[in-house]
Design a protein around this ligand. Structure first.
Ligand SMILES: Cc1cc2nc3c(=O)[nH]c(=O)nc-3n(C[C@H](O)[C@H](O)[C@H](O)COP(=O)(O)OP(=O)(O)OC[C@H]3O[C@@H](n4cnc5c(N)ncnc54)[C@H](O)[C@@H]3O)c2cc1C
Length: 408
């Protein structure tokens, strides 16, 4: 199916060139490292300069800012190809590019762009996006990290957890509240160099189920002073910054989920052709054939939803919240179904890491949680349909993230 991808899905020559470049990188340079990185639980940092050299750290960033100037669809097919091979490396890119670099490009001042974009695009600085707190997950507007004025600086105090790239980042976009009584309207986004005194990054306590080669950290801010010039976006306008980032990040997650499905379907098809039991190919048992057919339909539907969300982002140059939520909801749930079935279809062979299927299975669950759980995507989609109940109010409630009204 891969050879005629561009023709089947109407990719431009430039989009297909990005896809092929990502595919070659994923197969030739990422795949050989994936199993060991997963076993060691270590992010393969040596890949960062390679991704920079290939332009993969800035695929969708405007050329005016030094990026590749590619469409959201090109960025999505890059994420699909990386997700097909390695969810941790794809996750690194979702955060570094989608949540950090694109957010700085979109909301930064000229000075902030000049200061940070060259370093992010070259990989000299890795970025992380610090929103989630122990007490504020889906309900992102409940963040308790505080931002306090202090002359020409602000002081940040608080704690974040589960922050991807947190232990390797040089720059954190930190979301805190300047007015805890104001809900989402008190939230601000700040550019915090991780070398700032009072900034601490600690590995998460547990051993993660999936995305084991990603760096996940608990971040602690103890009196972290940053200049006022480091505020990203308007005063009290940090919630919009977070949601803008999540539009891009979610598209990347959904595209990664398409990649997992494609990898699983390829493996299952080959196995169902070659494995014989009861004197015949297992694929010729109707139950197995039906499973493959369902995987194919799920993959195709997921890919089309991702492409539709990407094309909407490209066409409107604005938010595509409902489209990206629908793509993320459907594609990540389908990836979890497909990866589960792929492990089972391979019998005992699927149950250890000789094959990457159990890794895809473990990673797929994570896709349904981060950047907004499946339940939260349904909240966003239902609100998009229903609108507000009370025309006098400013929103149905202040809190949950990922929507102009709230939910992540
Ligand atoms: C691998 C990984 C990487 C991550 N990377 C980052 C990162 O880089 N930056 C960052 O800021 N965060 C990151 N996170 C955190 C992630 O975004 C949160 O875990 C996620 O938003 C859910 O928050 P929570 O874990 O606190 O769950 P909770 O919000 O406590 O949710 C618990 C359960 O309640 C359900 N629930 C909550 N509210 C509702 C509702 N209104 N309706 C129905 N059900 C509801 C949820 O769907 C879930 O099933 C990462 C998480 C993981 C697992």
């Amino acid at each position: 199916m891969s050879a005629d991808y561009a023709a089947r899905y109407g990719l431009s020559a430039a989009e297909e060139a990005w896809r092929r470049k990502a595919q070659a990188f994923a197969l030739e340079e990422v795949a050989p490292l994936s199993r060991e990185a997963d076993r060691a639980g270590r992010f393969p940092r040596a890949l960062v300069p390679r991704m920079a050299a290939l332009g993969l750290l800035g695929t969708p960033v405007d050329t005016a800012h030094g990026g590749g100037g590619a469409s959201a669809l090109a960025a999505a097919v890059v994420a699909e190809e990386l997700g097909r091979v390695d969810g941790s490396v794809r996750g690194f890119l979702a955060v570094h590019v989608g949540l950090v670099t694109q957010t700085v490009a979109q909301f930064g001042t000229d000075e902030q762009r000049r200061a940070w974009l060259p370093r992010l695009l070259s990989g000299a600085t890795i970025g992380c996006f610090a929103l989630t707190e122990p007490g504020a997950g889906s309900d992102a507007a409940a963040v308790t990290t505080t931002v306090r004025d202090d002359g020409d600086h602000v002081v940040i105090d608080g704690e974040k957890h589960w922050i991807t790239n947190g232990g390797v980042a040089g720059l954190a976009i930190v979301f805190g509240t300047a007015d805890p009584s104001a809900g989402r309207k008190g939230i601000e986004a700040w550019l915090v160099p991780t070398s700032t005194p009072g900034f601490e990054a600690h590995p998460m306590d547990g051993h993660a189920l999936g995305h084991r080669a990603s760096d996940h950290a608990r971040l602690v801010f103890r009196g972290v002073r940053v200049p006022r010039a480091n505020r990203l976006g308007p005063a009290r306008g940090g919630f919009k910054v977070a949601m803008g980032g999540l539009d891009h990040g979610r598209l990347n997650v959904a595209a990664g989920a398409v990649g997992i499905q494609a990898a699983c379907l390829d493996a299952c098809t080959a196995f169902a052709r070659s494995r014989r039991q009861f004197g015949q190919r297992i694929g010729d048992f109707q139950q197995v054939g039906a499973l493959l057919a369902q995987m194919r339909v799920d993959l195709e539907a997921s890919r089309l939803l991702v492409h539709h969300a990407a094309r909407t982002l490209d066409r409107t140059r604005g938010p595509a919240t409902a489209e990206t939520s629908a793509a993320k909801l459907f594609a990540t749930e389908a990836a979890l179904r497909t990866a589960t079935q792929a492990v089972r279809l391979h019998g005992a062979r699927g149950y250890d890491d000789a094959l990457p299927l159990e890794r895809h299975y473990r990673d797929a669950i994570g896709l349904t949680i981060y950047e907004g759980t499946s339940e939260i995507q349904r909240v966003i989609l239902a609100r998009d349909l229903l609108g507000r109940d009370d025309p006098a109010a400013d929103g149905p409630r202040e809190g949950a993230r990922g929507h102009k009204d709230g939910a992540r």
